[in-house]
Write a protein that binds this ligand. Structure first.
Ligand code: CP
Ligand code: NVA
Length: 312
């Protein structure tokens, strides 16, 4: 049976740890996996813009010996020119997997439910699970053990925050989402994270004061205040998030060794200042590089050798 990579919540703590370990192997021993996707094709369907996710899936599939076909919204007009069901039924006849970036998370769920081949969520309005795997690889490389670390997300309780919170709960990393009132991660995500943390002992919290949240942090992470699809709320969001900027003052409350992280693209001068994103503490380019290795691990595990990570 195929398994999709739609949400961190669908995978056990042990499996998520295996994904991080496999990402590390992809990085250190790439030659071992270079033919694993030979003769296989993967569709990359993007309803929204992308630099990192598009390029790293394309390059990663090539490095695994496979072939990718990029389909933008102007090519296939998912759900308009043709229903998700009908697109799925076509693609499964030619491809070995689908990587999908959509607005509505439900579109990703529907695509997966209608096809026999694995679907990877490349960002929806609800989650960005590939980002979270790459980011925890980055944290592990820089800080070693992931347990007993304090990971603080400052800003909007959005798709990236949701995946990082679920990932932290699965990895045993303490996590604080410091958001304005009304911009917390959805209750469902908080509940799933609380359930996962029972097994790992991670402490998962929501705070509304970025300063108290940042105190003694090992990681300070932020993302844009206006995500793709929220452009109409820009003015209001700039006002609401004004006190949630990651600047030198906020970073000075964290540990001296703290990392600054951002999924990118960054809106410099809004959620982060130049002197933070360009500082020695910033690991944003490592995060970008690690998207490549972690997505190779995800594609490999789902399409090339599912028994490796799923024990079957
Ligand atoms: N971080 C990230 O997913 O970047 P892109 O939107 O450029 O793919
Ligand atoms: N939260 C952002 C992440 C971009 C990678 C968005 O959805 O636009």
């Amino acid at each position: 049976m195929k398994k999709d990579f739609l949400s961190i919540a669908d995978w056990s703590s042990q499996e998520m740890k295996q994904f991080v370990d496999l990402s590390m192997k992809m990085k250190t021993q790439p030659e071992k996996y270079s033919n694993s996707l030979k003769g296989k094709s993967v569709a990359l369907i993007f309803e929204k813009q992308s630099l990192r996710t598009h390029v790293t899936f394309d390059v990663g599939i090539y490095q695994l010996g496979g072939h990718s076909v990029y389909l933008s919204q102007s090519d296939i007009s998912l759900g308009k020119r043709e229903s998700i069901h009908d697109v799925a039924k076509n693609l499964e006849r030619w491809m070995s997997g689908v990587v999908l970036r959509t607005y509505a998370h439900q579109s990703c769920v529907d695509m997966a439910a209608n096809m026999k081949i694995p679907v990877v969520n490349a960002l929806t309005d609800y989650e960005h699970p590939c980002q979270a795997v790459g980011d925890f690889l980055t944290v592990k490389e820089h800080l070693g053990d992931l347990e007993k670390k304090k990971f603080v997300f400052v800003g909007d309780g959005n798709n990236v925050c949701n995946s990082l919170m679920l990932m932290a709960a699965k990895m045993g990393t303490d996590f604080v989402a410091a958001t304005p009132q009304g911009y917390e991660p959805p209750k469902e995500v908080l509940k799933l994270a609380a359930e996962a943390s029972k097994e790992t002992g991670a402490v998962i919290k929501v705070d509304h004061d970025p300063k108290s949240a940042a105190r003694d942090a090992d990681v300070i992470y932020t993302d844009v205040w206006v995500s793709m699809g929220q452009e109409g709320e820009r003015e209001e969001r700039l006002r609401v998030f004004r006190d949630f900027q990651v600047n030198r003052q906020l970073m000075s409350l964290a540990k001296k060794s703290a990392l600054f992280m951002h999924c990118l693209p960054a809106h410099r001068g809004e959620e982060v200042t130049d002197d933070v994103i360009d500082s020695k503490q910033s690991v944003v380019w490592d995060e970008s590089e690690n998207r490549l290795h972690s997505q190779k691990a995800i594609i490999y595990a789902l399409i090339a050798a599912p028994e490796d990570i799923m024990g079957r």
